[in-house]
Design a protein around this ligand. Structure first.
Ligand SMILES: Cc1ncc(COP(=O)(O)O)c(C=O)c1O
Length: 465
């Protein structure tokens, strides 16, 4: 099961009915899952896609809509885990891609559009230089190497509950269980997968998000050996978490004091505000990692920073390579996405949609007296199934994962993909969503709200990426 362990017997009748309805509506997804499992372990190619009882298998998508294997239509607020702020198959991207495919998809040489796209992204995200690659994974992997190479140090300070892609250096304490997580203010580095070198895991310094004092203590203890402090400036892999006022500024100060690079992993946040987290919070890191939304649904990522850091990426000294890096398809998609679709006006529209959705959720939660908390900003937000605010991984552990699962299934049954898969995710609104889409989403939630009080399934998130 996708990161869940559950006891079905505990589910109230209405939720069992939702599950049966889901199975009736999605028979072809069930078949596709059975077929895929014969060759693909668990039938998914990213572990995050697995959900109980089985994932939806999808045939097509357009704008804010997605159609599953059975032909059921959904209004999609997952938007490929935030990669589709431009919406599915935006006509401008589709046209650019048709032209691109006709004229060569990969050259083994640089394409002429990489420079103009780098120019736009550098201006927009206040960078001097950047290097393109394909995924958030390879970009944060490179950012870690860069930090180590530039500082000559070993350790990376990361935050419990933050996710930076499925690679060894940062697969530490992403979703550690309580029994092994240790002291809240001095968390144990817990491997997020088998197969990691213990010495690599132990080299990570794991800190609690939003606790500046604890970070300062840990950073000071390892001051001479910390190459970089990496974080999601707004964590979005323990649901949507607000950085407390002063927290990002404090990290900026600590990084400068100990001579480590401050790395903002903006793979998600770069698509949530026009200029990313720096525009929203006014804190300048040394290095930014961008990804997901920047190429309108094509794989593109980037690591950028000041010229004094980036100019050290001298061939033969700091390795950076990839056959598909800055491939013409991704670059052309990126250029039209950033300059023609995710404009200030486009982002304002998406933000309004997000704000309306957050307000609607808050109203319904208040009217029905539900124990849920909406945390949102930019174009995204999470409805946390918790009594209090979620501020770090430890408070996220109070989220009622079973109730989330009931909500998610019930919303799917009403034609809404309410958010990305998992209570640790969030919704993404896009330039393609309309006020009517928000109204349909909220109508569906109003419909399931009462059962939110009753239904309950015992589940817990487990550390598995
Ligand atoms: C903050 C953050 N960094 C990095 C990644 C990894 O990106 P990718 O899935 O493109 O490898 C993700 C993916 O969700 C992410 O949320």
């Amino acid at each position: 099961m996708r990161a869940f362990e559950r006891r079905l017997n505990d589910i109230m009748q209405s939720w069992e009915e939702e599950l049966q309805a889901f199975r009736r509506r999605t028979k072809k997804s069930a078949q596709a899952w059975e077929a895929a499992k014969k060759r693909i372990p668990f039938g998914v190619n990213s572990n995050y896609r697995l959900v109980d009882p089985y994932p939806l298998y999808v045939r097509k998508a357009k704008g804010s809509r997605i159609w599953d294997a059975d032909g059921n239509e959904y209004i999609d607020f997952c938007m490929a885990f935030g990669a589709l702020v431009a919406g599915h198959s935006h006509p401008v991207v589709a046209k650019a891609m048709r032209e691109r495919v006709t004229n060569g998809t990969i050259f083994g040489f640089e394409s002429v559009d990489a420079g103009p796209l780098a120019e736009h992204i550098c201006r927009r995200f206040r960078l001097d230089r950047l290097k393109f690659s394909m995924t958030g994974l390879d970009a944060t992997l490179f950012a870690v190497r860069l930090a180590r190479a530039v500082t000559g140090r070993r350790r990376i300070l990361k935050f419990e509950g933050c996710y930076h892609g499925s690679h060894d250096a940062l697969m530490v304490s992403i979703k550690p269980k309580k029994e092994v997580a240790g002291d809240r203010r001095r968390p144990n580095p817990v491997p997020s997968s088998k197969g990691l070198l213990p010495e690599l895991v132990q080299s990570a310094v794991v800190a609690p998000f939003n606790d500046l004092e604890a970070v300062e203590t840990l950073a000071t203890e390892h001051a001479d050996d910390i190459a970089g402090i990496i974080l999601e400036p707004v964590p979005m892999n323990m649901g949507y978490v607000h950085p407390k006022p002063g927290f990002l500024e404090g990290l900026r100060r600590i990084a400068t004091e100990i001579g480590a690079l401050l790395i903002f992993d903006e793979v998600k946040t770069c698509g949530k505000w026009y200029g990313g987290a720096e525009e929203a919070f006014g804190v300048t890191p040394d290095v930014k990692v961008l990804g997901k939304s920047i190429a309108g649904g094509f794989p593109l990522a980037a690591v950028g920073g000041t010229k004094s850091i980036m100019d050290q990426i001298v061939p033969g000294q700091i390795g950076h390579a990839g056959t598909f890096n800055a491939n013409p398809l991704s670059i052309s998609a990126g250029l039209v996405t950033m300059t023609k679709i995710l404009t200030r006006a486009g982002m304002r529209h998406a933000q309004q949609i997000g704000d309306d959705l957050a307000k609607g959720y808050r109203d319904i939660i208040r009217d029905h007296g539900l124990s849920m908390v909406v945390q949102s900003g930019g174009i995204s937000g999470t409805v946390h199934f918790a009594r209090g605010a979620v501020t770090d991984w430890r408070s996220f552990q109070d989220v009622d994962v079973g109730r989330w699962w009931g909500y998610y299934t019930a919303m799917l049954n009403r034609g809404i993909v309410p958010m990305a898969t998992g209570p640790d995710e969030q919704w993404t609104s896009s330039v393609a969503h309309t006020k009517a889409d928000v109204a349909r989403h909220l109508d569906a939630f109003e419909d399931v709200a009462e059962s939110m009080k009753r239904g309950r399934a015992e589940m817990s998130l487990v550390e598995a990426v």
